[in-house]
Ligand binder design. Structure first.
Ligand SMILES: Cc1cc2nc3c(=O)[nH]c(=O)nc-3n(C[C@H](O)[C@H](O)[C@H](O)COP(=O)(O)O)c2cc1C
Length: 183
């Protein structure tokens, strides 16, 4: 239950108070690398209609990147593969992971074996190559994709309200927004 002082109060909101991700594992150094990168290429095969469990384990961690809009100015491209279906939905999810924290997506490769390609398919490799070139160009030219920017501005407003409303419980986030001059 989401009530202050509840039985699980020791754990609830722990990500927001001490200022770093509570579980001490490989994630924090990985997150630092993610923040230092210019380009991000999340990718996964479709396992039972979604990304793999291994991928999801990592994807579930950086709530802070979303709440604090940590990725503006970064670009990405996504890759998903399926034996049959689910590749577009999985690519949608992967793009959401880029865009919700503020990065822009330069595009996707979403493919299924149903379309006939075999591993090493020359056409797909050509498309993947072209996507790589598009991504690097977006980074170098600091391109703006207007529909994505517009959506992100709305999201920024939404999170601004959330951060103000939860000021006392999400002090880490509040201080971050304050430091950025976004409040
Ligand atoms: C555990 C498991 C679950 C899978 N589930 C799906 C699925 O739900 N839908 C689908 O189209 N393909 C499914 N596949 C096929 C994979 O998406 C396909 O093998 C992969 O995209 C091709 O990459 P690979 O060469 O790395 O296997 C599954 C494969 C495995 C091993």
């Amino acid at each position: 239950m989401c009530r202050p002082g509840g039985k699980s109060a020791g754990w609830r909101d722990r990500c927001h108070h001490p200022g770093e991700c509570a579980p001490k594992d490989d994630f924090n150094p990985l997150f630092e690398k993610l923040l230092a990168a210019d380009g991000l290429v999340p990718g996964s095969p479709v396992y039972i209609y979604h990304v793999t469990a291994q991928f999801k384990t990592r994807a579930d961690r950086p709530g802070n990147a979303i709440h604090c809009q940590r990725l503006p100015g970064k670009y990405g491209a996504v890759v998903s593969t399926a034996g049959g279906s689910g590749h577009e939905e999985t690519a949608d999810y992967l793009e959401m992971l880029l865009r919700r924290p503020g990065a822009q997506s330069a595009g996707r490769i979403a493919c299924t074996l149903d379309d006939g390609p075999v591993p090493g398919d020359a056409e797909l490799l050509k498309q993947a190559n072209a996507l790589g070139v598009t991504l690097v160009r977006a980074i170098k030219e600091k391109q703006e994709f207007p529909d994505q920017i517009q959506q992100q501005e709305k999201l920024r407003e939404y999170f601004r309200d959330v951060i103000i409303k939860r000021k006392d419980r999400w002090d880490r986030e509040y201080r971050y927004w304050q430091g950025k001059g976004w409040l």
